[in-house]
Design a protein around this ligand. Structure first.
Ligand code: PMP
Length: 360
């Protein structure tokens, strides 16, 4: 089968094994005589699937027992509002670190509910780094400190987990399951599935039970973590097929050796691509400082911007998909999630060298 090299930032490539499995049981899921598209979320087979997905996620991330794992809907964008709604009771303000486009959106959404304090920002530097810890101005009375572990658009990643005296909230949308994370250092971790976890439609929330009594009165039941936890994330009809595919992807990741194992592979893929950029003599440029370069999303520009369109056109013709940079920043971006193999990245690096030879 002729499959494209899919470097999209999300929805992104799923493991071929997962697609094959879903294909094989498309008409008959778990001997039910029904597709996983058709089966009730109240059926034994689906409840078992949901339970297994939670167990697999807990095992992969070593989630401590006093955390709830939720499989919700609405994407990470809904979490931008759901987090403050659920954590602000009795508090007025929340701290945010501003490191790129997505933390900017989280800040804008939270302003409806909280007095947001930007405790640190790299905006003035064009988001080429995480601001130095010494420059953060943390408020000990904040409801929480929010950070975006990996900025999917700007390609900036935290080199270490922030330390805070208040609950730490992490948008791990584009990095969860691509590298180890110490859940115990966090009050809450959230991620939409469509990068490393599964297909679009599911949003994972991992939350410390101790934080489940802090929802604002205005929080609708459906957005209330405590209520969803009590209902096993099925307060209403969940995105069953996405949840099913997420379950298959989590099983695949366990078979593939787990998070530490894929992290090594992901670091090697990223190193290969950054080398191709850095060794191009300025033909390709990634302007993120080395210590903060993302292993998940590698944005770059051509020094001669007029050649970008041609680059993207030829890349598309050569079978590389999803390389166009986010509309907010333009340029090129290659996302290197778990399902992207090293050969695909080698092929891209070769293509980049060939393009430079022909156009340099
Ligand atoms: N946060 C980050 C870091 C993201 O990369 C994205 C999506 N690319 C989002 C939030 C928003 O996710 P969604 O589209 O699921 O709302």
């Amino acid at each position: 089968m002729d499959r494209s090299h899919n470097f999209s930032a999300g929805p992104s490539a799923l493991p071929m094994e997962v697609l094959r499995e879903a294909h094989a049981e498309f008409f008959d899921f778990a001997g039910s005589g029904m597709s996983a598209l058709e089966i009730s979320h109240r059926s034994d087979a689906f409840v078992e699937l949901a339970h297994q997905a939670e167990q697999d996620l807990r095992a992969l991330l070593k989630v401590p027992a006093h955390y709830k794992v939720l499989f919700l809907q609405g994407g990470a964008s809904l979490q931008f509002s759901q987090v403050p709604m659920n954590l602000l009771r009795g508090r007025k303000s929340a701290d945010y670190l501003h490191t790129g486009l997505w933390s900017g959106k989280a800040i804008a959404a939270a302003r409806r509910y909280a007095a947001v304090r930007v405790a640190g920002s790299s905006e003035a530097a064009g988001f080429d780094r995480v601001p130095a810890v010494a420059d953060w101005r943390l408020d000990p009375d904040a409801a929480y400190l929010h950070y975006t572990e990996n900025e999917t658009v700007h390609g900036v990643q935290f080199p270490a987990t922030p330390t805070a005296s208040v609950p730490l909230v992490c948008d791990a949308c584009s990095s969860l399951l691509s590298k180890p994370i110490d859940v115990a250092k966090h009050g809450l971790v959230y991620a939409a599935a469509q990068k490393n976890i599964g297909p679009a439609g599911v949003t994972v929330v991992i939350v410390d039970e101790a934080l489940l009594d802090r929802a604002l009165e205005i929080t609708p039941d459906i957005l209330n973590y405590a209520q969803q936890a009590r209902a096993d994330s099925m307060l209403n009809t969940p995105a069953t097929f996405s949840w099913y595919l997420t379950g298959l992807t989590l099983k695949w990741l366990r078979r593939a050796g787990g998070v530490a194992h894929v992290h090594r592979a992901n670091a090697a893929k990223a190193a290969l691509l950054y080398r191709a950029i850095d060794e191009s003599g300025g033909f390709y440029v990634n302007r993120v400082q080395a210590a903060y370069r993302s292993i998940n999303n590698v944005p770059f520009v051509l020094a001669d911007a007029a050649r970008e369109e041609r680059f993207l056109h030829l890349a598309e013709r050569a079978g590389f998909r999803g390389l166009k940079g986010h509309a907010a920043v333009g340029g090129i971006r290659a996302s290197l999630y778990n399902a992207i193999g090293l050969p695909a990245v080698e092929a891209l690096a070769d293509f980049m060298r060939d393009f430079q030879r022909a156009h340099g």
